[in-house]
Every structure is written in structure tokens, then in C-alpha cells.
Design a protein around this ligand. Sequence first.
Ligand code: BGC
Length: 372
Amino acid sequence: MRKGILGLTAAAAALSLGLTACGGDDGGTTGTQSSGSASAPAAKPGKIGVILPDSKSSPRWESADHKFLEEAFKTAGVAYDIQNAQNDKTAFQTIADQMITNGATVLLIVNLDSGTGKAVIDKAKGQGVPVIDYDRLTLGGGASYYVSFDNTKVGTLQGEGLVKCLTDKKVDKPVIAELNGSPTDNNATLFKAGYDAVLQPKYDSGEYIKGPDESVPDWDPRKAGTIFEQMLTSNSKITGVLAANDNLGNAAITVLKKQKLNGKVPVTGQDAGVQGLQNILNGDQCMTVYKAVRKEAEAASGLAVALAKGEKPTVSGVTKDSQTGQDVPSVLLDPLPVTAENVKDVVDDGFVTKEELCAGEFADKCAKAGIQ
Ligand code: BGC
């Protein structure tokens, strides 16, 4: 059994939820012992449809979420269909329609924006298909459940991480550039609320100087590179970069490298993928945030499987939809900050393998970081 490094209450709650939701199923591989009564044959659980958002904004969707969800569905013995909308909002809706036509009785979606997310939820609901908002809350959507991380805390960790890196480097009156996530992703709003709560008081007191602050459409790393290039051209004194995820951070690092500023200007991130962790081992990125996606996938699939069996699982948390004011039943997991000191934990947790992370020139750096 894998021992997670996030041995925390939310994670524990999610696991126990998995057990209750499955009606005490002790890890069996078929879903047949769920809701059947003596007189009626046990209902065959319906099919679960999953729509992932893209594969460019972060490596996580294909390398972690897809993999861990698939593993969980296989273990539960349910039929599933996992597709990726590749950042195409029209395709996102077409995939949802097709999944329902092809027998999906539960949908798990990572919306590309709240508008199209809501359109999918409305249509699904109309056909009696419950929808789980996976990772991103659909504002105004009224999904049946929301499974994610404490995303404001993710932002707080990023803000605190940047402050620590700047303090360690003894940067006086740092000028901060903020490279925010997609303006259509509610998570990006929450991350920003978290890091601005740390940084704004420092801007206000004059300890830090607020530099450029821009959102990156679709979390697109290419657009992030262009935006950061312009930021650095118009403000060459940038001495700290709050990048909302590793891909945006890597885009900034690529630009900084051209000016030989990489490693001097601390850059943050999120997702703890191979490239982000390598940037940390190289000293070009000062921190990332690890989110144990395996636990997120397990919590969401636990709910989806229960729904597919016709059950109504209960969860202890709620999240207020800022648009409707309504509470969405939620499971929110705890994120973990990662610096050069604890990159090892992400490997130990099985999120990235030593083989991928420590290939080639990274072998020595991994050894120094205690990754054996
Ligand atoms: C996720 C992040 C991811 C970003 C870009 C956010 O909604 O929470 O983990 O980096 O989307 O895909």
C-alpha cells in the first residue's frame, strides 16, 4: 500500500468516503454487490464518462489524472470512457453529448470555462445524468459534487514560497511579476486570491514593489512566454516571478535564460511535474506545489462509481459557488509545497518516477537531492 505524504484529514476523509460510498465493498473488483436486493438482480453499474481539458496547459491531465482515474475505474470494475477536449470548447460539448448517447450515466468534467461547463451540466441533468466537477468548479453550474484541492491554499503556498526564496536570496525591495492562470478557470482566481493575500500587504507597506500582473489565456505556455517577454522588456528590474503553474514558470524561465537571469530571479510553480521538478533541481525554479492527484482521482472515482451504481454518496465538505451562493458538496484535499529539499517526497509518493526525473544530466542532481 502506498503511503502518501499528505497524510492529512482531507485525504483521510476522501478515502473513508471511497469506502462508505462503495457500500462497504472491501476493495473487490466488480461493482455487482452494490444496490441489488434479494428479489431484483443487482443493477449493472452504468458507464462513467470523463472529459479532461487539454494536454498543453499542464502535463498532469494525461500523465497523472488520466492514468489514476483509469486505474481506479479498472479496480472498481466499471465501464468508463476518458477523453480529452484538447482545449476545444465545442468539442468538449460534443464529447459530452456522445458520451451520454453511448450510455454514460455519470460524467466527470474538468471545464474549459464555466459557460460551456454549465451547458454540459444542464443537458446531462436533463437526462438524469449527474455531473462531478473534477478539479475546477463550474461557476453557476450546480454540479452534484466537486472534488479538488484547497485551491486558495495552493496560492497561499505559492506566495509564501516566493517570499521565502526572496528572503533567502536577500533581495531588497523585490519587484514582482505575476503570471496568473487562465481568466476562465475558477482555480486561477482562487490561486491569485491566495498569493495576493500574501503579497499585497508587502506591496502596501513598500517592502515589495508590484510589477506587471497579467493572466495567461487558456494557461497556454506559449502565450505565457510572449507575455513574460513583454513584461521583462518593459520592466527589466523584475526580481521575482509568481507563476501560477510549472508550465507558466517554465515559460518565464526560458525568457530569463536569454538574459542570464535564470536562477537569480526566483520563479514559482504548481503541479510538480517532471519539468517543474527538474527546474527546481537546476536552481531555476524556487518552488512548486504538489497536489496528490492520485488521491483526487480516487476520491472522484469513488463518488462516480457510487453514482453509477445508483447510490447517493454523502461527503462532509461543501464549497460555495460564488455566482449562485449555493453549496456544492465537496471533497477538498491538501496541497504540499515543494522545494529542492523535498523533491524526493514527490518521487516517493509515486507521482513521478526516478527514471523520468533523473535521466541524463539530472542523475547527479537527483543524487544530491537524496533521490536514490
Ligand atoms: C489546475 C492546475 C493546472 C491548471 C492548468 C488548474 O485548474 O488546478 O493543476 O496546472 O489548471 O491546466
